[in-house]
Write a protein that binds this ligand. Sequence first.
Ligand code: ADP
Length: 433
Amino acid sequence: MNQNWHGTLIRHMLLLVTACLVMGLISGYYGWSMAAGLGIYLAWTLKQLLRMHEWLREQKADEPPPDGYGLWGDVFDSIYHLQRRDQRVRGRLQAVIDRVQESTAALRDAVIMLDSEGNLEWWNRAAETLLGLKTPQDSGQPVTNLVRHPQFKEYFEQNNYLEPLEIPSPVNDRLRVQLLITRYGNNEHLMLVRDVTRIHQLEQMRKDFVANVSHELRTPLTVICGYLETLLDNVEGVNPRWVRALQQMQQQGERMQTLLNDLLLLAKLEATGYPSDNQPVVVATMLQGVKNDAQALSAQRNHVITLEIDSQARLKGSEQELRSAFSNLIFNAVKYTPAEGSVHIRWWADERGAHMSVTDSGPGIEAKHLPRLTERFYRVDSSRASNTGGTGLGLAIAKHVLLRHRGTLNIVSVVGKGSTFTCHFPSSQVINS
Ligand code: ADP
C-alpha cells in the first residue's frame, strides 16, 4: 500500500500538467491540451470508480480488491481492511451468540424472550416441552395466546412480577410450572419457566398429611374431651386428688381441639387459590359483630374497644373467611393488650381500595419478628402466647384469607406503644354502594 499517497498524487498531477504543457508547446493549443489532459484523467478516475463499484456490488466472501493505482489503490485497500475487520468482529459476536444460545438451549429451565408488547421473540428447547411453544410458527405471537391459563393472563397484565406464578403446564395438566418474569432493556420481558412438579407434589403431600392427621385426631380427641367433661360434671364421684389433673386435661384437650380446627381451616384455605364463595360481604355489619365478640373476650379486663366505620364499601369474597381473618386480628389485639388498654378498629375506602385496621396499645412487637409473624406456629414470646391459649396459627390464617381475596397484610409496631395490623384490599375486590 502506498503510504505517501499525497506526494504521489502531487507528482502525478504535476506530471499531467507538464505533459499537457509540452503538448501545448508542440501543438500551439495550450487550452485544448489542458482540456484533453484533464479529460483523460477524469476518464481514468471514472474507470477506477466503476471498478470499485463493481467490486463492492459483486463482492464474494473474501475476494481481494482489484489492483488499484495511486490514491485509488489506497482507497481499495482501506475498504478491504475495514471489511475484514468488520467480518472478524461479526464472527466473534456470532460465536458469543452461538455459545449463549447453545448453553440456554441445553438448560432444563425454559427461557423465553418477549418484546415490550408481550410477543414471543426467542425461546429455548425447554420452552417447547414445558409450555408447548412451536418453532417457528409461534414467533411473534402474544404469549397470552399460547399460555391461556386465566391466572397467567392476570399475572402478565398486572405488571408486578415480584413473586413467581405457579400454574399447570399448558402441555400436560400433571406438570406444574413456575414462571418468573423480569423486565429488561426497552421494557422487554425475560420469562423463566421451571418444572416444579416434584416440589408441588411434596407440598401437596405435606398439606394432605396435615389435613388427614388433623381430621383423624379429631374423633379420638372428641371422645377424650367428652369423657373428661362427664367426669368433671360428676365431680363428687371423683377422687379429689384427680380433680385438678382432670381440669388441666380438659383445658389442654380444648386447646388441642382449637389447634386441630385451625389446622383444618388452614388446609382448606390452602386447597384452592380463591374463596369458596364470592358474595358481596357487608364489612361494616360484620365488624360490629366481631367487636361485640371482642368485648366479650375482654370481659373483666375492661379494654376500651372502639369501631370507626368510614365507608359502606362491601368486599367481594367469603363472609366466613373474612370474619375469621378479621376476628383473628381483633382478638389478638385484645389477647395481647393488657387490661384497660385500648383497641381501635377502622374500616375505610379510598382510591387505592378498602382497608381494615386494628390498632392496640399493647406491648408491641420487635421489628425483627415482623417478617416471620405470619408463619405457622411463629410466636414472639412463647410464654406470653401460651398464657393466652393461642395456637400460633391465627396470623397464618389471616394472611391466607387475605391472599385469597387479593389483599395484603401490613404490620406496624412499636415496642411498648402498640401495634397496627392493616388489611388492604385492591379496588377490584371492592363494591362501592
Ligand atoms: P397466636 O395464636 O399465638 O396468637 P398468631 O399467629 O395469631 O398466634 O400470632 C403470632 C404471634 O404474634 C403471637 O404469638 C404474638 O406473639 C404476636 N402477636 C400477634 N398479634 C399481636 C398483637 N396485637 N400485639 C402483640 N403481639 C402480637
